[in-house]
Design a protein around this ligand. Structure first.
Ligand code: X2X
Length: 349
């Protein structure tokens, strides 16, 4: 019945199978007990953006420095939660996401203190943000994140959020009147744009791009690094207003259980890699905006986009129009935390 050649074939297959099982077992043995073969990292945007690049740098540094013990796979587009960026924080806490580089805005529905960074016209320049994240306020926020159930590791940056639209130049609140502006998840943004006379529409970043393309909405607000990488000029966004009304920092975090499953040595590696990646990411986020003449703005104008910078008195009109929103949100964020931030900022040169 069984010809010798067929028997040999089965024997070979059996040996190959056993060999593979042995190899898999070996690979598993190489990992310390309790380590997963792969960890899932969430970001909103991919590696074409400073934010996604920061995630990639972090994952690569961790893989190299742990000799592959900790292997991180990126899930841009917040794909682990079907693009619903306002659920990211909960998903990290619950372990649906192992690691993340996330925006303070997207996590602020769960961590109300993170709305601090979204207070209109509070943080006026990079030195001001650095004074907050690098000082007592930054420590307080990390302690709050820790208490909220994640392990905060390092700061990154999305950037100063600028206003763009398809309709007209916007220099004052009057120019915004009636425009449909897409805003992100925190109700603070609905308050701000309502106060400015616009018609704010809350939607995810994934939904915003088709909505801009179809003209269902007129405008949006995001850092100009997002504008260029997402090519928003191709979806009708022909006007940019450099009003710098707020800046959203990013935070590199880990799920607590995952964190505790690692050796102390590996935790140090992951934390230091986050700090190093965060520094590089912040430099990428600021590229073209910190050099004299802000060369990135010239690049945007070269795309056929009109870039305006409100004068001091025009800017004052935006500040005045949103002051009531600032005052309404201060107690919701925490009077002490906001006062501490205001005091720190008053001392920034
Ligand atoms: O949705 C946005 O506007 C974005 C990409 O900037 C954030 O995730 C906060």
């Amino acid at each position: 019945m069984n010809k010798p050649s067929t028997r040999r074939h089965w024997l070979n297959a059996l040996c190959l199978g056993l060999g593979l099982m042995g190899l898999t077992a070996q690979a598993q043995q190489a990992l310390p007990a309790g380590y997963k073969a792969e960890y899932r990292m969430s970001t909103v945007v991919g590696t074409a953006f400073p934010w996604g690049k920061g995630g990639e740098i972090w994952a690569n540094l961790v893989r190299e420095r742990t000799q592959g013990r900790i292997n991180i796979k990126m899930y841009p587009g917040v794909s682990l939660i079907n693009g619903d960026q306002t659920r990211e924080f909960t998903a990290i806490r619950q372990g649906v996401i192992d690691l993340a580089v996330g925006s303070s805005i997207n996590w602020s529905p769960q961590v109300k203190e993170l709305n601090l960074f979204s207070l209109p016209f509070l943080i006026k320049d990079y030195a001001s943000l650095d004074a907050l994240t690098g000082g007592e306020v930054g420590k307080d926020i990390f302690a709050i994140l820790d208490k909220s159930g994640v392990v905060p590791l390092a700061w990154g940056e999305n950037g100063f959020r600028e206003l763009t639209n398809s309709k007209r130049e916007i220099n004052t609140p009057a120019d915004l009147k009636g425009l449909k502006i897409r805003v992100v998840g925190s109700p603070l943004f609905i308050d701000m744009f309502t106060a400015l006379g616009a018609n704010p529409v809350q939607m995810s970043w994934a939904d915003a791009q088709p909505a801009l393309s179809s003209g269902a909405i007129d405008g949006q607000e995001n850092p100009v690094s997002i504008f260029t990488a997402a090519k928003l000029h191709t979806v009708g966004q022909k006007n940019v207003t450099m009003w710098g009304y707020m800046i959203d920092p990013l935070v590199f975090v880990a799920n607590k259980e995952i964190w505790n499953s690692w050796s102390v040595q590996d935790r140090d590696i992951v934390r230091q890699a986050a700090v190093d990646a965060g520094k590089q990411e912040i430099a990428l986020a600021r590229a073209g905006l910190v050099e004299t003449g802000r060369p990135l703005l010239k690049d945007i104008e070269a795309l056929g986009v009109k870039v305006v910078v409100p004068t001091t008195s025009q800017r004052e009109q935006f500040v005045a129009a949103t002051r009531a929103v600032y005052n309404k949100w201060k107690p919701q964020i925490g009077v002490n935390l906001v006062a501490k931030a205001e005091k720190t900022l008053a001392n920034v040169k």
